[in-house]
Each structure stands twice: as structure tokens, then as C-alpha cells.
Design a protein around this ligand. Sequence first.
Ligand code: 13P
Ligand code: SF4
Length: 330
Amino acid sequence: MDLKKKILKLKEKLDVTIVAHFYQRDEVFELADITGDSLELAKKAMETPSKYILFCGVGFMGESVKVLSPQKRVLMPKIACCAMARMIDVDYFDECLQKLNDIGIKNEDLLPITYINSSAAVKARVGEMGGMVCTSSNAYKIIEKGLKSGKKIFFVPDRCLGQNFAKSLHLKSSVIGDGSNINEADIICYNGFCSVHQLFSVEDIEFYRNKYPDILIAVHPECDPKVCDAADFVGSTSQLITFIKELPKEQKVAVGTEYNMVNRLRKKNTFILSSTKPECPTMNETTLEDVYKTLLEIEKEQEAPYANEILVDEDVVKWAKVALERMFEV
Ligand code: 13P
Ligand code: SF4
């Protein structure tokens, strides 16, 4: 029996839901019960009645499910960590606050917002300070809501997302450490980024526009602000999918996001906006073999934690949950 059949057979016996992000390899993605962008996955995985969640994605996604539903057992076939999420921890977060305090911006003048691509510990720190989480599909609304507090937004960890949404809200942004005037900024961004989305450039856009004058360019907001400015559409993974699926068949579109997702979208007239193959290395780590091995582990129904089970400290759960729930309220 091939591996896929073995997985499906085993899955039928178990109280498990397989969840996969759009950036997963095709063979893993095809097996999932639930697929979606970061926001959809967090919500849908929380709502499923299954005792076990087998999460194919990156660490912060599995952690968000565990924080939202601590009674569930969340296992990841590979505990792969998003490189951007690793760019910030609570110490770096506090160091930044100190730098801001040193130039006269007090903690009480700041409302922190963390992109969901961050650890549960960072989310908890943000929650404790009265802040909230956002994803690429709701960042506009969340920042808009945050600004109603009358405070400056301290946005972590993705500087591009912070800068892009500041622009769309006609606000001033500044990145810590880039030499710009932080005191004048409405949104102060941490200097994190996604190395995959940095691969898309304005030159790539020019290349496609010269080659196909009627082509549309659609990109993820983790791309550089210059790339987003030059694009026709900017959206989260789900928003990109909807945008592209609604285009007439003959409309050419070049897409600036992860390779696996773009490749699966529409075989004709859809191009990857890069001369490279922009695969997310950590999203790509999970294989069918890993999924099968994890199901075999789940079959044991062991009480003790599994080696690849997501566990989050109770203290962290408390405040990270507050930060996530504030996002859901918006
Ligand atoms: P989405 O929330 O749009 O799925 O993005 C997650 C991500 O990591 C993109 O790089
Ligand atoms: Fe993280 Fe970038 Fe991979 Fe998304 S594409 S999971 S932001 S490293």
C-alpha cells in the first residue's frame, strides 16, 4: 500500500484533524482536513472537536492552536520554525521598549501589535501590555482599532507589514535602527522580515510588465513596500487565492508569494514573480513520511507528552490567549 493510502487508513481510526497551511508541499496539503491562511487555521483548528490536531505548518501556528484550545493535543510532524518569528523574543522586545523609553517614548504611550508570526511568549508580552495579535488578512482593521487608543503602535516583528499597512492608512512609520525619526512615527516597526518575500523585487515586476503589458501583479504584504507599491493587488494568502481565482482565464498574473501555493493555483497564465524558486524552507520540511510517523505516535494514545507535541506554559497561555482573543473581537 502506498504511503498516502496508509495515512488515510490510519487517520480514519483516530480522533485527529490534519491541518495544513497553503505553503505545504502538495502531497501533504492534499491530505489535510483543514487548509487556510494563518487566521483561518487558528480559528478552524480551535473549532474542530478532535482531540488531536496534526498541524503541518510552522511552530507559531501550532502554538496558536494550543493557546486557543489548551485541552487539545497539538502535534507537528516537524517542529519547523518560521525564520521571521525567530527574529524576535521577549528579551529583544523589551530591549526595543528600553530604546524607545530612552528617546522619551514611554510604555504607556505605546500599543503593541504582534503579527501572528511570533512566539506565544511574545504574544503574551503584547497581551500583558494591552496589545493584540494581527494576521496579514486583518492587519488593516487591527491597526485601525489600535490607533483608536490614541497611542503609537509598536509593531513586531515584520517591518514590511508594518510599513505597508501604515501607508495604506496614510500614517507615518519608522523602523527601529534604520535612522529614521521614530518620534514622528505613528507606527514604530521592529526590524524583522521574511527572507522568502524579500526575494521579490521591483525589477521582477518590471520584467513581467515589459514582457506582458496587460499582466497583473499580486503580492503578499510581507514583500518590501516598494514591491507592494508597484503591485496591482496586495493580500494575505487566502486573499491572493480569491483574487486570482476570480480573474478571467486568459488574464495573466504574476504572484509574489511562496512557490508551492502559487504553483497549485492555476496552471495557465499564472507566474511566480521571481527568477528564483521562492520556497519557504521551514514550511517545506514536513513530508508524507513525517505525517505517517506522527499518526503512528497518536495511535499509541500516550499520556506523557510526545516528542513533537506543542506545549505552552500556563502563564504564557493566559496572556497570549488574551492577545489572540482581542484580535478575534475585532
Ligand atoms: P498568511 O497569514 O497570509 O497565510 O501568511 C502566513 C505567512 O507566513 C506568509 O509568509
Ligand atoms: Fe515565515 Fe516567511 Fe516562511 Fe511565512 S514564508 S512561514 S513568514 S519564513
